[in-house]
Design a protein around this ligand. Structure first.
Ligand SMILES: [Zn+2]
Ligand SMILES: [Zn+2]
Length: 487
């Protein structure tokens, strides 16, 4: 068995030829509609792994699923509508053309179920697969029937023996599903009635093939049972119900036959083409993007991963999981430049979602990697400071707010920010004096808040002649260094 290059414990369902790697379901891009799986690295289509890597559930373990196969709105409407029309047609004399067309539609759809299931699509196809002219299909099926019946009769005439008649007609019944399967796959009458091909198919499947025959037997018996239960009459209702059961069983049966091909594709040498089996729905865009990014990281292509993360962060700014993965990546990559540029994305998302404890921890983790990291927006500095205050990291509150009026003179919450800092100083040991200074400073701010605001707006010439308030340039006498040293 082959395993995924990136998940060594997961069987690989796919193989990428250009990259020469085996991949699991998670590590291929199924596209937006789960249509064609392709490789995240080279973007070429991947092949289903025909080498036993595929873990296919045995068909006898999923009879319940097989019987649910037609149970979707489209297929049920198709079965019911078709059955009613077929029953109506039996009451019209000489309506065999209509009957033929209706059966043609049923077989067209059933063959489509078989083919699609065989290639790994486990959802019933759209009923538009039944449209179009089914009569040529019906005629070819009739030719096959006639050829088989003809050969049984021919053998009987030639040998004149009851034993031969019994053996040949039993064989015809036994081989019939194989005939259908081969016809569906090869679309060729001669191939379908070729006993060698049938024998090869049956021997590849082995004993489980008899299970299929038993199912067919049970199904035909139960259609008869409906008639018995209703009282053996040939009323419209009874006939319509029998027809519905028959049509439903036909679709289930063709699905099971298709599944047998799918399950034994390796033994049969049948290529399970384009795609994937059990994944019925495409994953969402973010999940697929993350799978791609993880592969890039495992391949050591960190720059590519960074580009993808940056694009994802701008396309899906509200996706918390993506933001978190991006943040972890930045911590691991340890590039100061990237951290300064992209770390605020995650910090801001935490702030928006009021995850204050995580916000404080994440900021601490950033400082572990890049001790000089300082958020470059006043809003973010203030919200981290609030988070730190709530969670008891008071020294960091002071570090974040101190000097903020110089860097961000226009920040609208300057006063609340310094009030926060004053409260932090209150609680820090031996910082009463600084707390008082800070409150003095707030008073200055309150009085002069309008004086500092226009500062940025003045033109260069005016700026030279306008003196700043004296207190403005004097920073608070609380230096970060002294806080750290005394600790
Ligand atoms: Zn994988
Ligand atoms: Zn590839």
């Amino acid at each position: 068995m082959k395993y995924c290059k990136y998940h060594p414990l997961t069987p690989a369902n796919y193989y990428c030829d250009p990259c020469d790697i085996d991949l699991c379901e998670q590590c291929v891009d199924e596209g937006q509609y789960a249509e064609y799986a392709h490789c995240f690295l080279c973007e070429k289509n991947v092949n289903a792994n025909i080498g036993g890597g595929h873990q296919v559930e045995a068909f006898w373990h999923r009879f319940d699923k097989s019987f649910r196969y037609p149970l979707n709105v489209g297929t049920i409407i198709f079965i019911v509508g078709l059955s009613i029309l077929m029953t109506v047609a039996t009451f019209i004399p000489f309506a065999w053309v209509i009957q033929l067309a209706l059966s043609g539609a049923l077989f067209k759809y059933s063959f489509s179920c078989l083919e699609k299931t065989a290639s790994g699509m486990l959802l019933a196809p759209d009923i538009s697969d039944a449209y179009g002219d089914g009569s040529s299909l019906m005629l070819r099926l009739l030719v096959i029937f006639l050829l088989i019946i003809g050969s049984v009769v021919g053998l009987n005439i030639y040998f004149q023996s009851t034993l031969i008649l019994v053996i040949s007609s039993s064989l015809a019944v036994v081989f019939m599903p194989a005939v259908f399967i081969i016809f569906a796959l090869e679309d060729n009458i001669l191939a379908a009635i070729n006993p060698l091909k049938q024998f090869k198919l049956i021997s590849a499947i082995g004993l489980p093939y008899t299970l299929l025959l038993i199912i067919i037997l049970i199904m035909s018996a139960s259609v008869g049972l409906i008639n018995e239960l209703i009282g053996g009459d040939f009323s419209f209702v009874s006939l319509a119900l029998q027809s519905m059961a028959g049509n439903y069983y036909t679709i289930v049966l063709f699905h099971i036959m298709g599944y047998m091909i799918y399950q034994y594709h390796y033994e049969l040498g049948f290529a399970v083409s384009e795609n994937n089996a059990e994944r019925v729905k495409a994953r969402n865009d973010v999940t697929r993007l993350l799978s791609k990014i993880k592969i890039m990281i495992k391949e050591g292509r960190y720059d590519k991963a960074l580009t993808l993360f940056a694009k994802g962060a701008s396309d899906y700014p509200e996706d918390n999981h993506l933001n978190y993965e991006f943040f972890k990546f930045l911590l691991g990559k340890k590039s100061h430049e990237d951290i300064e540029r992209y770390a605020p994305v995650y910090l801001k998302s935490l702030s928006r979602n009021d995850q204050t404890y995580k916000l404080m921890l994440s900021y601490q983790r950033l400082l572990d990697v890049n001790a000089s990291y300082f958020p470059d927006s006043a809003e973010l500095r203030f919200s981290i400071a609030q988070a730190c205050q709530e969670n008891g990291d008071l020294a960091t509150v002071v570090k974040l707010i101190n000097g903020m009026h110089k860097t961000f003179p226009e920040f609208k919450d300057l006063i609340p920010a310094y009030e926060l800092m004053a409260r932090a100083l209150d609680e820090l040991p031996e910082r009463k004096k600084q707390a008082a200074q800070c409150r003095e400073f707030i008073k200055h701010l309150e009085k002069n808040i309008d004086a500092i605001k226009p500062r940025k707006k003045v033109t260069p010439e005016v700026k030279n002649t306008t003196p700043q308030p004296a207190w403005y340039e004097s920073d608070l006498k609380i230096s970060l260094v002294s806080l750290d040293e005394e600790k």
